[in-house]
Design a protein around this ligand. Structure first.
Ligand SMILES: [Zn+2]
Ligand SMILES: [Zn+2]
Length: 345
């Protein structure tokens, strides 16, 4: 098969499109013919060496949609021809977190597509059956490839971790990316007033069209109040929840945008930098800083149902050919994408 292989940490030029052996199936695995693969900010972090556990060489990609080709022994409920998409990670199934259904915070032995096992930048991928969900007929392959890491992640971060409820005010940073555009819709569906923040004036219109009640365009350097002063002008007491998708560049300003007792849900950290926190402010104002990664099977099932019912709409920036993976990474690095960039073999 053809795949995009990363053999060395580095720039987009390290993504090499070439012929590789077809994947082998372990017990419990399913062979999937990839029809579409989402390109995510995390792929860029992995490529640059931001994840220490990266197996090398690796086929990147943690959100694919495709068709079942073959199933290994012991697999039930999936057959050749079924349309499937994947959970980003597989929990061990046995630890306390997994037994509670909290597979994204599995305490041991978790596997992650595109990091610890080969992912979807390929014509074929071997996936444990437990990571696959069926795609509703109303959802296309290209749409399906960007549901898990956008709506699934946004549902878990806002609904489960951030506990967003009717009447809350929610600030979303880095709102024009794949997760951000999805999160605007999810937060609206949960009944929140949504403030969508971006460092790029060109994204203003797209964010308003996506349903944001307010769009906050801020300077890249947020240290002088470029973000939180604007947020407080729109929400004088501060917001109930911040969905932090940018991480270190906006974190301090996000914290200062919270109302007392507010919740900052940290999902993205695009530069993979360390973050400074003023403990006094966290203590005094009762801020809650919460991490959220990935989504559970229930989140993904819900996300697919909502997309099938047209209550959530997938936003696709561009569809490129698999061999143009490096170009896809450059588009994301330039912050040029509104919604998801998709690769098709
Ligand atoms: Zn992702
Ligand atoms: Zn586990």
């Amino acid at each position: 098969m053809h795949a995009v292989v990363l053999s060395r940490i580095g720039g987009p030029e390290e993504l090499e499109y070439r012929e590789v052996p077809d994947p082998e199936l372990a017990t419990g695995d399913v062979l999937v013919r990839v029809k579409a693969e989402g390109v995510c900010g995390r792929d860029l972090i992995d490529r640059r060496g931001g994840f220490r556990g990266l197996k090398m060489p690796v086929i990147l990609g943690h959100e694919f949609a495709g068709e079942v080709v073959r199933v290994s022994p012991m697999v039930e409920g999936l057959s050749p021809g079924d349309r499937v998409a994947n959970l980003l990670r597989l929990g061990c199934g046995e630890c306390r977190a997994c037994r509670r259904g909290e597979t994204p915070i599995c305490e041991r032995g978790w596997q992650s597509f595109g990091q610890t096992r080969n992912g979807g930048y390929a014509e074929l991928v071997a996936a444990p059956a437990a990571t696959l969900v069926k795609i509703p007929a109303q959802v296309s392959d290209v749409e399906a490839a960007s549901v898990a890491c956008t709506f699934g992640v946004a549902l878990r971060a806002l609904r489960t971790v951030g506990r967003v409820t009717l009447g809350d005010e929610v600030l979303i940073t880095g709102a024009s990316g794949g997760v951000g555009m999805a999160a605007i819709q999810v937060a609206k569906a949960l009944g929140a007033r949504v403030l969508a923040a971006t460092g790029s004036p060109a994204k203003h219109e797209a964010l308003a069209e996506a349903g944001a009640d307010e769009v906050v365009v801020h300077a890249a350097d947020t240290s002088e109040g470029a973000l939180h002063d604007k947020v407080r002008a729109l929400a004088p007491c501060g917001v109930d929840v911040v969905l932090e998708l940018t991480g270190s560049p906006t974190f301090t300003s996000s914290l200062r945008s919270l109302r007392n007792g507010g919740r900052l849900v940290l999902v993205g950290n695009i530069l993979a930098d360390a973050i400074k926190v003023n403990p006094g402010a966290v203590i005094l104002f009762g801020y809650q800083i919460l991490g959220s990664a990935g989504c559970t099977r229930a989140d993904l099932d819900d996300a697919f149902a909502l997309v099938a019912q047209k209550k959530l709409a997938v936003v696709i920036h561009r569809v490129l050919s698999l061999k143009d993976a490096a170009e896809a990474h450059r588009i994301l690095a330039d912050r040029g994408a509104i919604g998801r960039v998709i690769l098709t073999p």
